[in-house]
Write a protein that binds this ligand. Structure first.
Ligand code: SF4
Ligand SMILES: [Zn+2]
Length: 135
């Protein structure tokens, strides 16, 4: 996924609270596919990604699978597995800094804080809509 907010109806999807990197890294695609398999929006999500040339796993479909279906991601080289590395200033790049044991750069810190704020807002909304829920 490019950002979580580009996903349809993100509040209700399985990927809303997942680590975005799961959807960006083809090595982690099996995990992403499991999340998508239980998602009510999988078909719409897959169509959206096909039509906008997205990278990563959307609606259970990886970059390579979209390319094979005739909807290559923007910049697809046609050489099978290609790792797309998100640039600094994205939550995925922030996660990469963390995994490497680095201190995140400022653009990445900002992107992560925006993402975390959006996640908190979604959780607040869910609590408001369903007071019995504690998470
Ligand atoms: S199909 Fe997958 S990527 Fe798309 S919204 Fe659902 S969980 Fe997220
Ligand atoms: Zn960075």
């Amino acid at each position: 996924m490019i950002t979580q907010l580009t996903r349809p109806n993100v509040e209700f999807t399985a990927c809303a609270d997942a680590d975005p990197e799961i959807f960006h890294d083809d090595v982690l695609a099996p995990t992403a596919k499991q999340l998508c398999a239980g998602c009510p929006l999988a078909e719409a999500c897959r169509t959206q990604a096909r039509n906008s040339g997205e990278w990563g796993t959307w609606g259970g479909e990886t970059s390579a699978e979209r390319a094979a279906a005739g909807y290559p991601p923007v910049g697809w080289t046609g050489r099978g597995y290609t790792r797309f590395t998100h640039p600094c200033g994205t939550p995925a790049a922030y996660q990469r800094h963390m995994r490497a044991g680095e201190t995140a750069c400022e653009p990445c810190k900002q992107a992560e804080s925006v993402r975390a704020g959006e996640q908190r807002a979604r959780r607040r909304l869910r609590r408001k809509n369903n007071p019995a829920r504690t998470k």
